[in-house]
Design a protein. Structure first.
Length: 367
């Protein structure tokens, strides 16, 4: 499965900025010319004060976790997913349900052909009945001292073996059908009718509906050490782009999957108001609890200019003036650029147009 994670800022972190002077003069000329032309077309003289200042857009810096949010892609699954099979082998006579069908507890799902199983049960009953008659006769003969004690014990053993065979055949007959152990949805049919199936081979996969859905994801070792059971999770699904889903980390595997090298993680989703089907893809963001105990300031990546190693610069809006300020970058995540120092939450910073500014330049913030 594809994953996207947050990475710390690299040691050689650098944001390359084009030369400002030529583009800035060009931009100012273009904006001034457009403004003059628009006002002239309306028969109005251009207002010098209104047109002064480089037009920019700004955003407010926010507060976020002090550690990168772990993100990954996962697959929706039922919290109660069971593979159902027969206790005995035989020819599959019928599968009574379809994939995607909702079933109730106790509903018939599949059954074996009973021809051979019923015959074996009937034969075992006859053998057991004969063994019981032989034992009763042997008991009488022993009283008359016609047979020895050893012969009587042999008859008792034979009767016990026959009863066990009869009970086993009855067990197989009773379990020649599969019924739903819980309310749920038939997720998959794994065999076809008329196939010969051995004991224990899964026939259908049933997903329970009582305990909701989970998301299964795989994380690399450097990511799994950051999270713990109980960490909050936000999930987004392409199937429901306008909905937000929440949950918590429910299980963390103690060993990596040898096939993928990733650690399987199970996330339990909170109750959803829309139907979720097994197999849907979800993008999850895990916020480690350890990260939520302290916070950093976050800025949009478009606001950060002139990056060198772990330092960069932003333009802070102070009235109609843009003040250039040096900041220290902690890491970059889906939330933006985490600032370790130099910027506080709630400050207005230039986003669009920041590349063309100089310290102390007059600006006009567009709405």
């Amino acid at each position: 499965m594809h994953r996207s994670i947050s990475h710390p800022a690299p040691k050689n972190f650098a944001l390359h900025v084009p030369s400002r002077r030529a583009p800035r003069r060009w931009l100012r000329a273009l904006v001034a010319g457009a403004t003059f032309a628009a006002l002239a077309a309306c028969g109005t003289k251009p207002d010098v004060q209104a047109a002064s200042g480089t037009p920019v857009r700004a955003a407010v810096s926010t507060s976020g976790p002090a550690s990168p949010v772990v993100t990954a892609n996962g697959v929706i699954a039922s919290n109660d997913e069971v593979r159902l099979s027969f206790k005995t082998g035989g020819i599959l006579r019928r599968i009574a349900v379809h994939e995607g069908e909702r079933v109730r507890k106790g509903q018939l799902l599949a059954e074996l052909d009973l021809t051979e199983i019923a015959a074996q049960h009937a034969q075992s009953k006859e053998i057991a009945a004969k063994a019981e008659r032989d034992l009763e006769r042997g008991e009488r003969l022993r009283k008359d001292e016609v047979i020895s004690l050893e012969q009587l014990q042999n008859l008792r053993t034979q009767a016990g073996v026959a009863r066990a065979a009869r009970d086993a055949a009855g067990f197989n007959l009773a379990r020649s059908s599969i019924v739903a152990p819980i309310d749920g949805v038939v997720l998959r049919k794994l065999v076809e009718e008329s196939e010969l199936v051995p004991p224990g081979q899964p026939i259908v996969v049933l997903g329970g509906t009582a305990r909701g859905q989970i998301v299964r994801v795989g994380l690399a070792d450097r990511e799994v050490v950051q999270i713990a059971v109980g960490d909050p999770v936000a999930a987004h699904l392409d199937a429901w782009p306008d909905r937000d889903f929440t949950g918590t980390v429910n299980e963390i595997a103690g060993a990596a999957d040898p096939r993928t090298g990733l650690f399987p993680i199970e996330i339990r989703l909170d109750a959803a108001t829309v139907p979720l089907s097994s197999g849907m893809v979800a993008k999850v963001s895990i916020v480690p609890k350890s990260a939520s105990r302290s916070t950093l300031t976050y800025a949009p990546i478009a606001a950060v200019v002139e990056g060198t190693r772990d330092s960069a610069a932003v333009f802070v809006v102070e009235g109609e003036i843009a003040r250039k300020r040096s900041v220290k970058v902690a890491f970059i995540s889906d939330l933006g650029v985490a600032i370790a120092s130099g910027l506080k939450p709630g400050e207005r910073i230039v986003t669009e147009g920041a590349l063309y500014l100089v310290d102390g330049e007059r600006i006009r913030v567009l709405q």
